[in-house]
Ligand binder design. Structure first.
Ligand code: TXA
Ligand code: MG
Length: 353
């Protein structure tokens, strides 16, 4: 398939015409990769069964893993899902923005879009290009992250070109994504309670400004036991894994250096807070250090994580070490993505292991 690239770099009139072209591709059952404030999405008309089938195919995604439908305004979900006051309270506070809400689906959403579930995931992105594309298309856009299944979600134009060129009709260049990790996903339990299925930029504390209680699903922080039921089907699949084995280290930089030296430093890389890089280079000269941003700059970690994981795939490392993040605030989203990328390999250096 020949993929058309649309970019804002040239001139605005041309870009507008190209956006109309992209919207027509959606309307006629094709695939368009577009930027959002979280990660790039691989979009198709959510109401078109065969277009949605193409999404699963292009991504190599198992068809029991449902898609999020993206709307231009919170109220645009009315034909597709049963809303309630909690939905609109969340919408008022966080939409448009990086929040996805699971609602009971109406029949207008094909079963394929929701992976056979009776619920549907709904999100109203804030990115201007995403909103324009949805509005011009006139339909909700079903979109998973625009990566090949199993690889880190794409946060820049070069990532989507690598994964999706030749597999989709259009890729819209929106530069780097603002946040860099996928949206927060919640399920409404009742008027006062939410269950957090996937942490993101909208934190537990943010959600507590709207409801009384937020239950964090076990799968956010824990390894699934064999045969355990998952609330969010995507949680059971391998995710974000780089080719090398990623290991999370819980300890000081000195403890990390001692541990890495004891393991040998051949074909080793480390993802490091900026403050520690010169010390690492001094004691571990053969180890390539990737700059994760300042230790307290969690926004930088979120923005860089998937990009760094992709960069490490260009080299032949056997092991990559990274610091275990704290779980407060957006740290919980980082923790959730990193334990998955590491297949739960965490070494507690403080325990003297
Ligand atoms: O930020 C995001 O949410 C990005 C951008 C493109 O919007 N999208 C995204 O989609 O991350 P995806 O498909 O990569 O992840 C959606 C997750 C999956 O884990 C899926 O299992 C879950 O949402 N999900 C979708 N529908 C669901 C439902 N009805 N009930 C529970 N989980 C659902
Ligand atoms: Mg994904």
């Amino acid at each position: 398939m020949n993929t058309k690239i649309i970019s804002n770099a040239k001139n605005d009139d041309n870009f507008r015409a190209e956006m109309l072209f992209a919207a027509n591709v959606i309307k006629s059952g094709g695939l368009v990769v577009f930027p959002t404030e979280t990660v790039y999405g691989l979009g198709a008309d959510a109401t078109n069964d065969s277009a949605v089938g193409l999404v699963y195919e292009a991504k190599g995604r198992p068809s029991d893993n449902p898609l999020i439908i993206h709307v231009a305004r919170p109220q645009d979900v009315e034909p597709y899902a049963y809303t309630d006051t909690t939905y609109y309270r969340l919408a008022e506070k966080f939409m448009p923005g990086p929040l996805t809400v699971i609602l009971r689906s109406k029949d207008a959403v094909p079963s394929k879009t929701r992976g056979g579930l009776d619920t549907v995931a709904v999100r109203c992105p804030s990115n201007d290009i995403a909103r324009e594309l949805i509005s011009l298309s006139g339909v909700p856009i079903a979109a998973p992250s625009a990566n090949l299944s199993g690889t880190p979600s794409p946060t820049s134009f070069s990532h989507v070109v690598k994964d999706m060129n030749g597999r989709v009709d259009v890729i819209i260049d929106g530069g780097e994504c603002d946040f860099g990790l996928e949206s927060t996903i919640v399920k409404i339990e009742d008027d006062t309670t939410l269950t957090l299925l996937r942490p993101g930029k909208i934190t537990v504390d943010d959600l507590l400004s709207v409801v009384d209680a937020v239950k964090v699903a076990d799968s956010v922080t824990d390894k699934l036991k064999d045969g355990e039921l998952v609330l969010s089907p995507g949680m059971k699949y391998k995710h974000y894994a780089p080719r090398a084995s990623l290991v999370l280290l819980d300890g000081t930089v000195e403890e990390m250096i001692r541990y890495i030296l004891s393991k040998g430093t051949d074909t080793t890389a480390i993802i490091s807070y900026s403050e520690n890089i010169s010390q690492l280079q001094k004691y571990l000269p053969g180890v390539r250090a990737y700059d994760f941003g300042g230790q307290n700059d969690r926004e930088a970690h979120a923005r860089r994580l998937f990009s760094i994981l992709r960069e490490t795939d260009n080299e032949n490392y056997s092991v990559i070490y990274a610091p275990l993040p704290e779980t407060e605030g957006i740290g919980l989203a980082l923790y959730n993505r990193m334990i998955r990328a590491a297949a739960h390999k965490i070494i507690r250096l403080k325990d003297g292991i």
